[in-house]
Ligand binder design. Structure first.
Ligand code: 5RP
Length: 226
């Protein structure tokens, strides 16, 4: 049996996601190394779609470099499908996302789409969310208070740095990465944290869960539906 590298697995699911793209319709595009493989594959059918709505500056630049038109989310209606990766996905299609700091725009485009197709390699499938630190995009002046709120629920929040200074998202905000959380009810957790003043977006995607997961395994691409 052929052994795939992780990079090859990402290419496999990126290509497999093409079958979910609806010809003639604008596609929602996520962010990350797995999505980059999807974008590369999407270039092969760019003549059959009007273009894409993108979830980050990085994906926009990659799409445009390949000649795929990028639309503003405000200029288009509901999208047929949104294709994106995940940091963790559970057996119900609930996910942790935001490892690439694009969680807010990812959630916006996901909410604008009828169907979320998650593309991931098998290392992302978990029985319970929370081993991967939960990214939370925050307004910088709320960082200390939110750190204390996470601490009160048993979590440890760490400000994400890049090159020694706080990472600044595409929206001009910061990211807290929270470890040590017991996320037994992802829907309730997302609802609760979303209400805290200063939280822009919590990286638990339960209200915007996946309906399909294309999971790259040693045996090929498995299709999980929720
Ligand atoms: C970016 C994300 C990505 O989907 C997630 O981090 C997975 O990325 P990768 O495909 O590189 O493992 O949520 O904000």
């Amino acid at each position: 049996m052929k052994t795939y590298t992780q990079d090859e697995l990402k290419t496999l699911v990126g290509q497999a996601a093409l079958q979910y793209v609806v010809p003639g319709e604008i596609v929602g595009v996520g962010t990350g190394s797995t999505v980059n493989k999807f974008i590369d594959a999407l270039a092969t059918m760019k003549g059959r779609i009007p273009g894409a709505v993108s979830s980050s500056t990085a994906s926009t630049l990659r799409l445009q470099a390949l000649g795929i038109q990028v639309f503003d989310a405000n200029d288009v209606g509901e999208l047929a499908v949104y294709i994106d990766g995940a940091d963790e996905i559970d057996g119900r299609g609930y996910m942790i996302k935001g490892g690439g700091a694009a969680l807010t725009r990812e959630k916006i485009v996901a909410a604008q789409s009828r169907r979320f197709v998650c593309i991931a390699d098998a290392s992302k499938l978990v029985s319970a969310l929370g081993k991967f630190p939960v990214p939370v995009e925050v307004i910088p002046m709320a960082t200390q208070r939110l750190t204390r709120q996470f601490s009160a629920m048993g979590g440890t929040a760490t400000l994400r740095l890049r090159d020694g200074v706080p990472l600044v998202t595409d929206n001009g905000q910061h990211i807290l990465d929270v470890t040590g959380l017991q996320i037994t009810d992802p829907l309730a957790f997302e609802t609760q944290v979303n209400q805290w003043p200063g939280v822009v977006t919590v990286g638990v995607f339960a209200h915007q869960k996946a309906q399909v997961c294309l999971l790259a395994t040693a045996d090929g691409v498995q299709v999980l539906t929720y």
